[in-house]
Design a protein around this ligand. Structure first.
Ligand code: ISE
Length: 335
C-alpha cells in the first residue's frame, strides 16, 4: 500500500520534502509532521489531507498511519530521532549530516547493527543527480582508465546568518566528502585546507573561499574549491582526471542564449533548484525501496565516514596541518 511518512522537522528541507511527497512522488503520503515549533508543524499539516501535526518526533512516529520516517530536523537533533525510529524498527531517510560528529555517528552505527539490518538511507542527494550518476557509471566501467584526481567546485551565492568556518566543512564540503568516497570507491585518509585571503563579501571571520585537499586510500588526490559567498549563483561541478581521459559534470546551464552582445545561459540560484531532480529521485528511490522492504543508497557507514572526515577537516582548517582520518573497521552490515 501507500507508504505513510512522518516528516520530522518542518524547516526549509522538511517543508520541501512534504511538498515533494505530496505533489511529486508516487507511492507515499505525508501521515504526520513534527516540529519543536508546534505552530509551524500545524500550519504545514493543515494543507495536507490525513496529516497530523506533533511537537515530538516520537509522537509522530507513533501515529497509526506512519510506516516510515523522513528526518529533516537540524543535525544535532538527528541522533535522538534515529534512535526513536530504531526503537520502532521504522525505515528512515535522514537528511545529511547523519549526525554532527563522529562519536554520535558511531553510536547510531552501533544501534543500527543491534537491529541486525540496515534501516537508514542518508540524504547525500548528489548520488541521485543525473550528472553525478553518469560520471559514476563511466568511472565504474573504467571508460577512461583508472581515476587519478578529482577537481571539484562548490559555489554558493551567500551564507545564512551565523555560518561558520566549521560549517563550511560540516555543511558544505560534506557533499564533496561523500561524492569522493562514492565515485572513487575509496576511503579518504587525510585532509588539508588552504585559506586564501578572503573575499570582502564574506562575513567577518569567515575564510571564504577555501581549498580543501583529500588523499584517498587508493592514492588519489582530490581538490575542492569551496566559495560560499561568490555572489553570482549556485554552482557544483566535478572533473575526474583518469589515465586516458577526463570527464566533467555540472557545467550545463540549460538553455544557451545569444542576446544584446552576449552569449551564455543562466545559473541556478541555490541548491534547491540545482538539485531539484536529485532530491525528487532520492525520495522516490527511498519510497520504492522501502515498499519492497529493502534499504538502498548511502548508509550509516557513509554517514559515519563523512563525519570522521569532517572532524579531520575542521582540525586541518584550524591548524593548517595535514590531518589523518581515523576510521573504525567497517562492520559486516555495511560490506
Ligand atoms: C547546505 O547545507 C547544503 O547542503 C548545500 O548542498 C550546500 O551547497 C551548502 O553549502 C550547505 O550550506
Amino acid at each position: 500500500g501507500t507508504l505513510g511518512v512522518a516528516v520530522i522537522g518542518t524547516g526549509r528541507m522538511g517543508a520541501d520534502h512534504v511538498r515533494r511527497i505530496n505533489d511529486v512522488i508516487s507511492g507515499a503520503r505525508v501521515a504526520a509532521v513534527a516540529d519543536i515549533d508546534a505552530g509551524r508543524a500545524e500550519r504545514l499539516a493543515h494543507g495536507i489531507e490525513g496529516a497530523t501535526a506533533y511537537a515530538e518526533p516520537a509522537a509522530a512516529m507513533d501515529d497509526p498511519g506512519v510506516d516510515a520516517v523522513l528526518i529533516a530536523s537540524p543535525g544535532p537533533a538527528h541522533e535522538a530521532a534515529l534512535l526513536d525510529a530504531f526503537a520502532r524498527d521504522l525505515p528512515v531517510l535522514c537528511e545529511k549530516p547523519l549526525t554532527p560528529d563522529a562519536a554520535s555517528a558511531l553510536r547510531v552505527l552501533e544501534a543500527e547493527q543491534k537491529l541486525g539490518h540496515r534501516r537508514v538511507q542518508v540524504g547525500f542527494m548528489r548520488r541521485y543527480d543525473a550528472g553525478y550518476r553518469a560520471l559514476k557509471s563511466l568511472l565504474d566501467k573504467g571508460a577512461y582508465g583508472r581515476p587519478l584526481m578529482l577537481h571539484n567546485k562548490h559555489r554558493n551565492v551567500d551564507t545564512p546568518p551565523g555560518f561558520t568556518n566549521a560549517m563550511m566543512i560540516n555543511d558544505s564540503v560534506v557533499h564533496e566528502i561523500d561524492v569522493t568516497r562514492w565515485l572513487l570507491d575509496e576511503e579518504i585518509t587525510a585532509v588539508r585546507v588552504l585559506r586564501p585571503a578572503p573575499t570582502d563579501n564574506a562575513p567577518e571571520g569567515l575564510s571564504d573561499p577555501q581549498l580543501i585537499l583529500f588523499e584517498t586510500a587508493g592514492g588519489q588526490v582530490v581538490d575542492t574549491e569551496l566559495f560560499v559567498n561568490c555572489r553570482f549563483g549556485y554552482q557544483v561541478s566535478c572533473e575526474a582526471v583518469c589515465e586516458a581521459g577526463t570527464a566533467r559534470i555540472g557545467d550545463d546551464h540549460g538553455v544557451y542564449v545569444n542576446t544584446a552582445g552576449h552569449w551564455g545561459g543562466t545559473i541556478t540560484p541555490g541548491f534547491v533548484e540545482r538539485f531539484e531532480d536529485a532530491y525528487d529521485r532520492q525520495v522516490q528511490h527511498w519510497v520504492d525501496a522501502t515498499r519492497r522492504g529493502e534499504v538502498e543508497g548511502p548508509s550509516c557507514w557513509d554517514g559515519y565516514a563523512a563525519a570522521a572526515v569532517c572532524e579531520a577537516g575542521v582540525l586541518a582548517q584550524a591548524t593548517g596541518d595535514r590531518v589523518v582520518v581515523e576510521l573504525i573497521e567497517r562492520p559486516d552490515l555495511y560490506r
